[in-house]
Design a binder for this molecule. Structure first.
Ligand code: ARG
Length: 475
């Protein structure tokens, strides 16, 4: 049996909680790492109590100073929660009262763990999302730098995992960069919606003591307090949205990883992964495996699972606060920590990846990737595309039968396949010509890809500035 004196709610109970209850109810160890955010909220609340006349200025100063000391010790690793501390809020309040006596016990007026826990997690997510983004932006840098080296490197482009049309390899890399840039922008949008402070909601009806939540909100870097105290303690859609955005990010990562695995295979031979970012086999001495790509691809399952887990917890939960909500942190913290582990490995792997330019070029025309050029050439000379497609199909069939490339068919033979074909078509049957023609916005022409890279550099710069401009607590 645990000691009921350690609890924030022991008064009306004759006995302390059973060991089984403590084990179920106590927060997981890593949840105590929200201590710095909890302390920031407590300092803001001390200021509220002073404004409300419940603390003298000297008492507030003493309380803030002691909270800061607890923060320092916790961060230095010299202070740990005890088994009897049910959660991070209990832990900090116990420390405070042990150090300040009755004064420490004053901090609880006008607030509840319900608004505290909502606040802690919001501060954590707003801070950590910037850390995740900073790492993702390093991956963006690595991808953009590789792309810039390969704006003229001709490669086969794929649909259905079959060779489709020639592209430059930088174009393919930039497609991944575009997706990640949207993930970042989604997190920026998420932050704008999330930046409302739950403090002042207290248990659920609002506080009768903390009457200036707008000042606490400002102190903690939020836009404003939440408009509805019930919503403030009951809602977790911002956590679910965070898990969606990071889940989507992990899906984007997994698609890049899948390609890296293919590219690094002996069948493709497009890239060599640096030794320091690959692993070997315990039995097959020749092996060099793309483990970073595989682990990242695998962990996307966890990130998607975290979203599903929280959504399922939230479904049909009555308002306002219910203990089910304490599940939120498991999912959120796991997604943050997983990404903070994955992303540095990914950016190192991409930055050091060596691209086999000659191999890419020699594979680019395989599978008749220039066939669209024939159809386009016919269409430009007035043949309806439906017919042009058919004629080109016949040409491809002929080449397949004779084991020829499109440009190897002699001029008479072209006319025999269809009178609207002739030797002039060969002027468009080079990789360079096909690429050069795709010169509109978004196309694979080298100057367009260079333009895309320039535009993206501006986006990345502004996203980096956004990460750095955060006004709330950084741990
Ligand atoms: N530790 C809880 C959580 O993670 C907060 C405590 C609120 N508990 C309560 N009985 N009202 O959400």
């Amino acid at each position: 049996m645990s000691d009921k004196a350690d609890l924030l709610w022991g008064g009306r109970f004759k006995s302390g909680p059973s060991e089984a209850l403590t084990k179920l109810s106590r927060s997981p160890e890593y949840y105590f790492d929200l201590a710095p955010y909890d302390i920031a909220g407590s300092k803001a609340h001390a200021h509220e109590l002073e404004r409300a006349g419940l603390l003298l200025q000297s008492e507030t100063e003493k309380m803030v100073e002691t909270l800061e000391q607890i923060d320092l010790e916790y961060r230095a690793g010299t202070l740990k929660a005890k088994w009897g501390d049910e959660d991070v809020h209990t832990f900090i309040e116990r420390e405070l009262t042990e150090r300040l006596g009755d004064l420490g016990g004053k901090l609880r007026a006008g607030r509840s763990r319900n608004d505290q826990t909502a606040n802690d997690l919001k501060l954590y997510l707003r801070d950590q999302s910037r850390k995740v983004l900073a790492q993702l932006l390093l991956l963006q840098d690595a991808l953009v730098q590789q792309a810039a080296k390969h704006t003229e490197t001709i490669a086969p482009g794929f649909t259905h995992l079959q060779q489709a049309q020639p592209i430059v390899f930088g174009h393919q890399l930039m497609a991944h960069v575009q997706a990640f840039a949207r993930d970042i922008s989604r997190l920026q949008d998420w932050d704008e919606r999330t930046a409302y402070c739950p403090l002042g909601a207290a248990a659920m009806a609002g506080s009768a003591i903390a009457l200036h939540p707008e000042l606490s909100a400002k102190e903690l870097g939020y836009t404003a307090p939440c408009e509805n105290s019930i919503d403030a303690v009951a809602s977790r859609d911002h956590v679910a949205e965070f898990l969606f955005v990071t889940g989507m990010l992990s899906v984007h990562l997994s698609r890049l990883c899948e390609e890296v695995c293919l590219w690094a295979s002996r069948q493709f031979r497009w890239v060599n992964i640096h030794d320091s970012y690959s692993t070997g086999s315990s039995i097959m001495p020749q092996k060099k495996n793309p483990d970073i790509a595989e682990l990242t691809r695998g962990r996307s399952g966890r990130l998607i699972g975290n979203l599903m887990g929280l959504m399922t917890t939230l479904k049909a939960m009555p308002l306002s606060y219910n203990r089910d909500l304490s599940e939120d942190k498991r999912h959120a913290i796991d997604s943050v920590e997983t990404l903070l582990t994955i992303l540095p490995a990914m950016s190192g792997m991409i930055a050091t990846m060596e691209v086999n330019v000659d191999e890419l070029r020699s594979q680019a025309p395989e599978g008749f990737t220039l066939a669209t050029e024939v159809a386009d050439w016919l269409a430009k000379s007035g043949v309806p595309f439906k017919v042009a497609h058919e004629i080109t199909g016949n040409l491809v069939k002929y080449c397949e039968e004779k084991n020829l490339q499109l440009w190897e068919v002699d001029d008479q033979e072209l006319i025999r396949i269809d009178e609207r074909l002739n030797g002039d078509v060969k002027s468009v049957l080079t990789l360079e010509a096909a690429i050069k023609l795709r010169s509109a916005t978004g196309g694979t022409a080298p100057e367009q890809v260079q333009k895309q890279i320039q535009n993206m550099k501006v986006v990345i710069e502004s996203q980096k500035n956004w990460c750095e401009a955060y006004a709330g607590l950084r741990v």
